[in-house]
Structures are given as structure tokens and as C-alpha cells.
Ligand binder design. Sequence first.
Ligand code: ADP
Ligand code: ADP
Length: 228
Amino acid sequence: MIEMKDVWKAYPNNMKAINGISIRIEKGEFVYVVGPSGAGKSTFIKLMYREEKPTKGDIVIDNINLAKLKEKAIPKLRRKMGVVFQDFKLLPTLTVFENVAFALEVIEENPNVIKRKVMDVLEIVNLKNKARSLPDELSGGEQQRVAIARAVVNSPEVLIADEPTGNLDPDTAWEIMDILDDINHRGTTVIMATHNKDIVNTIKKRVIAIESGRVVRDEARGSYGYEA
Ligand code: ADP
Ligand code: ADP
């Protein structure tokens, strides 16, 4: 369902971040993206949700070629994918409910439908009792759970997570991992860039390792493969 064919990305400063990547990710897979800092993991992920455009090559998601996608078609693509970041990126003046509802309000979903979908997804991340809280009243792990709820409230086919446990202590990181695993088991493809060696080596999934903008390893039930 996601295919990259000989994808290259150079930034305007001529930094060559991705140097000829071809991969295929099937619907329902869980994929870790690993590699040293500066290897190109974030760029790889940004190409998938069309935050960056490839310099060369094709990226096809559900028959949509991102390299050819018009700007006005981006919102439709984004409805197919949810994105979660290391630093949560919640809107600080909105409650938990409102942060999660935001994406549905933008598409003018019916208010009763919004309420049901938001409460359903807050139940999945176990935060129904914090619906009225503001982000700064929550722990880091709770904030990341809100961000995950927001990312999946539209029932996207793909959830993309760029170091989602990077700012969290080990116990909290495991909680987040349980939720991502649960979301994957409900049918969503999950692609997660991570430096968390313990998680990758314990909850075995496909591992794609990137170094200097190339795939150097791609293993079903792989391991982290780096120190720390
Ligand atoms: P990783 O996520 O593995 O740390 P990145 O994809 O962030 O790697 O970065 C890959 C390379 O591209 C690095 O050398 C980085 O400095 C460079 N880079 C990333 N983003 C930009 C940008 N917006 N402009 C220029 N260079 C960038
Ligand atoms: P309860 O009645 O037990 O508070 P509800 O399901 O009515 O449970 O609502 C749960 C939470 O969601 C409450 O905090 C409520 O204020 C909030 N909420 C419900 N609908 C909206 C909405 N449209 N916008 C913002 N917050 C809402």
C-alpha cells in the first residue's frame, strides 16, 4: 500500500538526505525505522506524509503518487494518515477533547459524530477522564496519548510516528508502545522512527535501518542493531 521507488531527497542547501530508497510496506504492517542521528529517518517519514517532496523517484500511497500530488490534494492525503511527533504538538489553549476534535471540526463533521468519535478514541488511549483538561495539566505520557488519539480519530489507514517515545521515561515509553500496538492490531499500518533499543528488541517487528540516506537493512522481526 506504500511504495517508494528509487526515491532521492536533497534539501535546498544540497544536503543529500535520502539517496535511492526503494521499499514496500503492506497494509497492516508495523515497521520500525532505525539508524544513527542524521541518517535520514525524519526525512524518510516526512516524504511519506508529503511534508517534503522527493527530488527524484515515486512515492505511491494507495495509488496516489505523492511526487505528482497537487497542493490542493494534500488534505485528502492527510486524512489517510495520522502523524505523531516526539514533542506532541498539542494546541495549548484547547482541552484534550478539543485537541482531538479539531481535525473533525475542520472537515465539518456532525457534532454528535464528533463527540462519539472523540470519546471512543479517548477510551482507546485511556484518557476519557481527562477530556476537560488542558495539555499542561497532563504528564508527558498523557500528552502523547492525546496526540495519538488526535492522529487516529479520523480512522487513518497509516499512523506515522517520529520518535514518539523520545521525550518519555522508559515506563511511559512502554505504555505508548502498548497503545501503538493496539492501534496496529485494529488494522492501522504503523511506521515508527525510533531510538528505543529496548522496545525494538523486545516487541519484534519489521525493522528498516537507514544510514546515509540508504536502506542498509530490512528484516521481518528484526533487531535494533546499534548501541544505546
Ligand atoms: P534523522 O531523522 O535520521 O536524524 P534527518 O532526516 O533529520 O535524519 O536528516 C538527514 C540529513 O538531512 C541530516 O544531515 C540533516 O542535517 C539534513 N536535514 C534535515 N532536514 C533538513 C532541512 N530542512 N534542510 C537542510 N538539511 C536538512
Ligand atoms: P460527561 O457528561 O460525563 O462529562 P460527555 O461524554 O458528555 O461526558 O463529555 C465528556 C467530555 O467531553 C466532557 O469533558 C465534555 O465537556 C467534553 N465535550 C463533549 N462535547 C464537547 C464539545 N463539542 N467540545 C468540547 N468538549 C466537549
